[in-house]
Write a protein that binds this ligand. Structure first.
Ligand SMILES: *[C@@H]1O[C@H](CO)[C@@H](O)[C@H](O)[C@H]1NC(C)=O
Ligand SMILES: *[C@@H]1O[C@H](CO)[C@@H](O)[C@H](O)[C@H]1NC(C)=O
Ligand SMILES: *[C@@H]1O[C@H](CO)[C@@H](O)[C@H](O)[C@H]1NC(C)=O
Ligand SMILES: *[C@@H]1O[C@H](CO)[C@@H](O)[C@H](O)[C@H]1NC(C)=O
Ligand SMILES: *[C@@H]1O[C@H](CO)[C@@H](O)[C@H](O)[C@H]1NC(C)=O
Length: 795
């Protein structure tokens, strides 16, 4: 008898052990009503194809857990949904169960409810995780009573819909587990919007707040408010916004996530490595995200984005820039005690208590002094001066392309040093700098890599949705939560109306029946004109453009949005019957070739400025506008000089217009100018932005030498070697045997300068020029790195 009891007990023990062991190792496919899972049990709900897991997710570096869904096959087990994001539970005793009343409940160790679904249907049979990553509660009939897709956190999975009243919210910062301030949602105007919504400020930063809805390529009439990512990697929104993953196609696992840096990205999973690649992002420039650096701070590219404090302010928490900076002085100031410190090339978004167009700098200063709320004023010089009086300093950014400065009110007694990021010596503010956002250098690099990869597949062209440009025209307008001041709104309307469709009669009149010819090129003849509002323009009459009206209009809109100080601005176009005309700003000082190869040549200082400005313009085309424009015809004739001898690149964006039978087919015959054309044109290789780098290299070498090096055609036989090849070979030899002695520079630089040039700059420029004309395109630098190198030796 006793034996039997013992046996029985032993069997029971064995059974229990086996079942425990079993349950600890096997994955539940689903969770039935009345059952529960716990942290200790280590049980998971898995999707049938095992691509997603759902269960307790340990927060690294803590004893806390989320009830979450994550990708099984990504290296870092990327979380796509969290039930209790801001209320993690303890590692012991926490459990998720489906109660008899049909609610799924997450309880902490003390039994307190940390999260629950509010399904109170006794029909609920089980919770299942679908192959899409959706956790659902189903009834006997298989109907879905609740789904995690309806309560997203920061990620949208393919086939999941973002709808009215839902939002994606970022994490607070890299490595944190709380909700942050950046949100994606449909605004009351039906437009899909990114907003920075911190306790201190609330500011929309996407779509570009400097433009109106239509210029941003959106609409507000469709009130269905639905956005989703499809299985091919296309993102669609009911406001007409569309984006496409650069690796568009079926079979790849993707997600759309709002990251802790405020950017919205589509990621694609690489099966073999388990790593995510960025396949699209909403903002090409990290500093476009409002509030990324917090109050009184400035976002700068150095060249990795960083936060620094406004002079006179100190960082509050160096490991969390969203807290911003605080004044290093007593805030109550009387006018007799203050001075203004200039923060050049810097603007702060919004908080304008006053805006005055056509104002003098002195009057602007007086305006600020006269208002005790004024903390600073921004003065923009683009044509006339524009004055913005600011009550707070939020969303500051510094960019070499911003045509103006902000003057910050600080006590007269306070000594501050200016931030000098762009002078290449950032020692003074090094201790205040912290790396923000795209998180780490490597991630930033991966974006860049992606960009390069993309070039190959999208010749000279557009990819994804229309992304707007960072620096706009001479009118900053502000967008506040509570509306836009009327004066500013007027300026804003002018921006959007500045890109115009002209009719043929207007342009005929403006150019006095096409009388004064400014120049002619492969794509057409350019005439001088004056518009009815007295603006001087250059009107280009295109030759045969075999494109329909719609396509032409789409191209024009894209080009019309490109705006950079070193690019010739397009004011509008005309497309009527067979007439195709483009209307550009008039640039007064002719093209670069007239200033190099003639007796009327530029001095060194101007040549260097032209080299740097041209590089900036190209870098902007290649890296900063998401439309990734390749110029395809960089040569001195296409670099115009304005009245201050600053370069402006003309004719960008036209390569696509002349494309006939699809990408790459006949372009080489139409675009490109012999002598400036990279070898890959002749070899029929994929055309990338590196063709512009090559053209730029030839231009730079010509500017240094002062003679044309591009005289003969590419591809001639060796006995008739082109001057460029000979030149670069001899220079390379000199560089090599120079052995640290830079006297070789003298023998190369234009003798007409009679030695009046900076050796350091000349040496740098020669080396840059040579590397740009490397035969192997992968050895050529990017335009962004050329800008960086040249800025380091700017004087
Ligand atoms: C049910 O869920 C919705 C959305 O999550 C929430 O707003 C609502 O308060 C919940 N109701 C109950 C009774 O918990
Ligand atoms: C509104 O958007 C939805 C979703 O994109 C679409 O199905 C619908 O046709 C649109 N309605 C109109 C009137 O365009
Ligand atoms: C990735 O792996 C999954 C399953 O192993 C497969 O179905 C899919 O086709 C793969 N995708 C690619 C792009 O190789
Ligand atoms: C995945 O990563 C490997 C290694 O980095 C790379 O060779 C491969 O091309 C990647 N696959 C895709 C589809 O990008
Ligand atoms: C700041 O200045 C005001 C007026 O001069 C003074 O009353 C106040 O005590 C000062 N505060 C500090 C913290 O120095």
């Amino acid at each position: 008898m006793r034996d039997q009891t013992l046996k029985f007990h032993f069997l029971l023990f064995l059974l229990i052990t086996i079942s425990l062991f079993h349950s600890a190792n096997s994955n539940y496919l689903n969770l039935r009503r009345g059952a529960s899972i716990s942290v200790e049990g280590n049980t998971l709900i898995t999707s049938p194809d095992n691509s997603f897991n759902c269960g307790f997710y340990a927060l690294p570096g803590s004893n806390a857990y989320w009830f979450a869904i994550w990708f099984t096959n990504s290296k870092d087990k990327t979380v796509v949904w969290t039930a209790n994001r801001d209320r993690p539970v303890s590692s012991r005793g926490s459990r998720v169960s489906i109660r008899g009343d049909g609610t799924m409940v997450l309880t902490d160790v003390d039994g307190s409810v940390k999260w629950q679904t509010n399904t109170t249907s006794t029909d609920v049979v089980a919770a299942e995780l679908l192959n899409t990553g959706n956790l659902v509660l189903k009834n006997l009939q298989g109907e879905i009573l609740w789904q995690s897709f309806d309560v997203p956190t920061d990620t949208l999975l393919p086939s999941q819909r973002l709808t009215k009243n839902k939002r994606l919210t970022s994490l607070l910062r890299k490595g944190s587990f709380e909700s942050g301030y950046f949100n994606l949602y449909f605004g009351a105007d039906n437009v899909l919007t990114l907003i920075s919504d911190s306790p201190e400020t609330s500011s929309i930063y996407w779509p570009d707040p400097y433009y109106d809805i239509y210029t941003n390529g959106r609409t507000n009439y469709n009130s269905s408010r639905i956005a989703f990512l499809d299985d091919m990697g296309m993102f669609h929104s009911s406001d007409k916004f569309q984006a496409s993953a650069s690796d568009k196609g079926f079979g790849t696992k993707r997600r759309l996530t709002i990251d802790h840096d405020g950017n919205l990205r589509i990621y694609s999973l690489n099966n073999s490595t388990g790593l995510w690649m960025i396949a699209w992002q909403a903002l090409s420039q990290p500093c476009q995200v409002h509030g990324v650096c917090g109050r009184n701070a400035i976002c700068v590219y150095a060249p990795i984005p960083k936060c620094i404090c406004t002079p006179g302010f100190e960082v509050i928490n160096p490991s969390d820039w969203s807290a911003g900076c605080k004044p290093a002085f007593n805030e109550t100031l009387s006018n007799s005690q203050v001075k203004f410190v200039e923060v050049s090339q810097t603007d702060y978004f919004g908080y304008d208590i006053d805006f005055q167009p056509d104002f003098s700098m002195e009057a602007c200063r007086e305006l600020c002094l006269g208002d005790s709320r004024c903390r600073a004023f921004t003065y923009r010089t683009w044509g006339e001066g524009h004055c913005y009086v600011k009550s707070s300093l939020f969303s500051g950014f510094m960019s070499p392309d911003f045509p103006g400065s902000t003057y910050v009110k600080i006590p007269r007694s306070l000594q501050v040093s200016k931030p000098s990021i762009f002078q290449g010596s950032s020692n003074t503010c090094e201790h205040r700098e912290a790396e923000i956002l795209v998180g780490s250098v490597s991630k930033y690099d991966s974006t860049r890599r992606m960009v390069r990869w993309v070039y190959i597949y999208s010749f000279c062209g557009a990819l994804g949705a229309i992304e707007l440009i960072f620096i706009t025209l001479g009118w900053w307008f502000l967008f506040r939560k509570h509306g836009v001041p009327a004066s500013v709104e007027a300026g804003y309307r002018m921006i959007s109306s500045h890109f115009t469709r002209f009719n043929y009669g207007e342009l005929k009149k403006a150019t006095n029946n096409f009388r004064e010819e400014l120049g002619r090129g492969g794509s057409g003849i350019v005439y001088k004109g004056v518009l009815s509002d007295d603006r001087m323009v250059a009107v280009k009459r295109l030759g045969d453009v075999f494109q329909g009206q719609d396509h032409f209009w789409a191209e024009m809109r894209t080009i019309g949005k490109i705006n950079h100080i070193n690019l010739v601005r397009m004011w509008g176009y005309c497309s009527e019957r067979r007439h195709r005309l483009l209307v550009y700003e008039y640039v007064s000082n002719m093209s670069l070739d007239k200033h190099i190869f003639n007796s009327n040549f530029l001095g060194w200082k101007q040549r260097f400025a032209v080299a740097l400005g041209t590089a900036k313009g190209l870098a902007y085309l290649h890296h900063e506008c998401l439309e990734w424009v390749i110029h395809c015809d960089v040569k001195p004739e296409n670099i115009l000089l304005d009245s201050g001898l600053q370069p402006k690149i003309a004719d960008f964006g036209l390569a696509k217009l002349f494309q006939r039978d699809g990408p790459g087919s006949e372009i080489s015959k139409i675009r490109g100018t012999q002598g400036y054309m990279a070898p890959e044109w002749a070899l029929n290789l994929p055309i990338t932005a590196k063709v512009d780098v090559y053209g730029y290299g030839v231009v730079v070498l010509e500017m240094i030498k002062g003679i044309k090096l591009s005289n003969w055609a590419v591809g001639d036989t060796d006995d008739h070697e082109i001057p460029l090849k000979t030149f670069s070979r001899t220079v390379k030899e000199k560089v090599q045997c120079g052995c640290g002695n830079s006297s070789w520079v003298d023998s190369i630089v234009d003798p007409r300068l009679e030695g009046k040039f900076s050796r350091k700059q000349a040496e740098t420029l020669i080396k840059v020029g040579l590397s740009c004309v490397e035969e192997n395109k992968s050895k050529r630098p990017t335009m962004a790195s050329v800008v960086q190198i040249l800025m380091e030796c700017e004087e």
